[in-house]
Design a binder for this molecule. Sequence first.
Ligand code: NAD
Ligand code: IPM
Ligand code: MN
Length: 351
Amino acid sequence: MTYDIAHLPGDGIGVEVTDATLPLVDRVADDHGFSVETTRYEWGSERYLEHGSMMPEGALERLAEHDAILLGAVGHPDIPDHVTLRGMMLPIRKTFDQFICERPSVLFEGVESPLRGYEGGDIDFVVYRENTEGEYSDVGGREHRGHEHELAVQSAVFTRHGTERIVRAAFEAATDRSGKLTNVTKSNAQAHGMVLWDDIVEEVAEEYPEVEVERLLVDAASMDLIRRPDEFDVLVASNLFGDILTDIGAIVSGSMGLAPSANVTHDERYPSMYEPVHGSAPDITGQGIANPLATILSASMMLDDLGEPGAADALRDAVTDQLADPDAPRTPDLGGESGTGDVVDDLRERL
Ligand code: NAD
Ligand code: IPM
Ligand code: MN
């Protein structure tokens, strides 16, 4: 069996962390009797600066041919973010209808949380983030540019279809895990979209009587992810809320450099996309110190979804072992002094 993976290194440390990850994917594939063929697309901000676009024409059609996509990150200090992200990453999520953004937060054994009193194993939750609509909808516009009465309208769009499918995915996850779901909402202030959202959570909940549902307003949820992160299991949130909460999830469980993510589609015509939660980190680009583990854990999620749980576990177990070993190399975000390459070499030995 050969899987055909599109490699989108993108920008900044996205290049460093995906280049670090793919050889390990090859290695676990070898060990588990399958192979991975990767095509590297040099798309992103450098291309934009040279040719005026992030991706060439027909890029999405080419990506659609692959079994999965591994993405680094997108974003360049010299180009406005709305240009780069709307030119490359956001259209992939949307065109391929990757409606589930699955983002686990795990405090691994051996990793220090900035929160007092938490140890490895104490934090283990997953955010199911809606990934195609909500606050990220491209509905609105800007008028009267440059005039005093200039205005911008940015509309959040919540559809029954879009809400129901992410909520149902989250209930399924809660059923497979501990049976607890937190609905993150803001229906006290947003009486249209978020009230529809809550109504749908209540409707779907009737199909899952064994799942205990808690409802939290997003401001309180942000506080509670810091105050009592150990009590969460599955959270379901809109696009923007899920974005923000997963940076909190990343840092309470040790580092942005440890947080993986999967953008999952159920449309068989399209691939899902795997990427770290973090961005291109211009502040550390080129220094060789980016933590590759978030991307390696994302690759593990990819292998799992491709139907290779043995290889997925091997990769994840190697990461778990490494983090638990006080003598193993660590990048500076985890308090160490090692580089990306040292972490990868050590993982290769563990594999
Ligand atoms: P960021 O995630 O790139 O960086 C935030 C902080 O975390 C920085 O201090 C950075 O050094 C650190 N960090 C992130 N990943 C790390 C890793 N693997 N190892 C060690 N440290 C790590 O967020 P930002 O600075 O807000 O954004 C930078 C650029 O990335 C912007 O252009 C933004 O739009 C873009 N961005 C892209 C994505 C994506 O492509 N999915 C996600 C977030 C941000
Ligand atoms: C993420 C990022 C993106 C998002 C940005 C870069 C558009 O922050 O993947 O978390 O908001 O989805
Ligand atoms: Mn984000």
